[in-house]
Design a protein around this ligand. Structure first.
Ligand SMILES: *Cc1c(COP(=O)(O)O)cnc(C)c1O
Length: 346
């Protein structure tokens, strides 16, 4: 890559192996179901997650929206964490496109919803209320710094969901980061959810795409919904070829990104005026705060202008660094050194 960029794991480029696979991919018209590479990717993803079927979608946002539209009807309520990606960062699509009301509840510092709060959010059967039909969960939980949540949390939620006839959809954009961090198979983390979306395009380095997995009949209908949202792609095997490389050779190495995130957190933690909540650094995301005269925005601008290093702010007052394939130990050192220099004069 041309520059050191920690703004997100979405900024990474496809790997040379991916470009090669893309150049030689077998393709067909996927709207006709005739793209062999897309079909292979969808089957492999479903198999890895222990679900019946998969659907290649343009993005995590589209996958989540397609899933929500499949589980809930207009006027229904979906229960989800206030800090969740679907509520904060997906343009309110469930409401604007689906007519579905988000019913938010708080998450704790580790991104977990309280089970009693979930239960309390379920509406009674009363003509004044919308129907509560869906529970939305997330893993890793990005809004708290990429926290990997274990299978027993989802098992407990499933119990509440089952008692209240709620379907459960997991926004697993960084599901494989969670699996690698917890040392379990991804399928174990999704055993208790009905449907799941994960991104090929973040730490797994594919240029485009996510996969929605779930029961075969649900995915059949999801395919129609995707089409209605403009997500019916033609020779998408060009993209799916990179996704196959992502799934077969990019998962285990996420441990390296996690190691680099810990390394960065340790280095930043030694700098005066920098405050790193280290207990949240469990995968590839490092949140930190700066004290003294400098604002998070100013620090980002100076890193960009003086050091050509990309970093982002995150609400309310955090800076966020995300490690990925294209930033290693050397880049971690460069970022920490640059922050130390700037903080000296802040
Ligand atoms: C990135 C992300 C998404 C959305 O993925 P896009 O491909 O950017 O639309 C959804 N949920 C979480 C937690 C994410 O980090």
């Amino acid at each position: 890559m041309d520059r050191i960029d920690f703004r997100s794991d979405t900024v990474g480029w496809p790997t040379p192996e991916m470009r090669e696979a893309m150049a030689t991919a077998r393709v067909g018209d996927d709207v006709y179901g005739e793209d062999p590479t897309v079909n292979e990717l969808e089957a492999l993803a479903a198999e890895r997650l222990g679900k019946e079927a998969g659907l290649f979608v343009t993005s995590g946002t589209q996958g989540n929206l397609v899933a929500v539209l499949g589980h809930a009807r207009r006027g229904d309520e979906a229960i989800l964490g206030y800090e969740s990606h679907i509520f904060q960062w997906e343009v309110g699509g469930m409401a604007s496109i689906g007519g579905i009301l988000p019913h938010t509840i708080p998450t704790d510092a580790m991104g977990r919803m309280d089970l009693a709060a979930v239960e309390a959010a379920v509406r009674e059967d009363d003509d004044h209320y919308g129907h509560s039909t869906l529970l939305l969960v997330e893993n890793t939980f990005g809004g708290r710094g990429g926290i990997p949540l274990p299978a027993d949390y989802f098992a407990a939620l499933k119990e509440v969901a089952g008692r209240n006839s709620l379907a459960v959809h997991l926004d697993g954009a960084r599901l494989f980061n969670a699996a690698v961090a917890l040392g379990v198979e991804a399928r174990e983390l999704v055993a208790d959810v009905d449907t799941v979306t994960f991104c090929l395009s973040k730490g797994l380095c594919a240029p485009v795409g996510s996969i929605l997995c779930g029961p075969a009949d649900f995915i059949k209908e999801a395919r129609r919904t995707r089409k209605s949202l403009g997500g019916g792609m033609r020779q998408a095997g060009i993209l799916a070829a990179a996704g196959l490389v992502a799934l077969t050779s990019m998962i285990d190495r996420l441990a390296v990104d996690h190691e680099n995130a810990r390394r960065l957190a340790d280095k930043l933690g030694t700098i005066d005026g920098v405050n790193v909540p280290k207990e949240t650094v469990r995968t590839n995301i490092v949140f930190f705060r700066v004290e003294g005269g400098i604002s998070p925005q100013d620090l980002c601008s100076r890193l960009d202008e003086e050091y050509a290093i990309g970093l982002d702010t995150y609400p309310p007052d955090y800076l966020r660094a995300v490690t990925h394939f294209w930033v290693g130990e050397k880049e971690v050192g460069a970022l920490a050194d640059a922050v130390a220099e700037i903080m000296k004069t802040a």
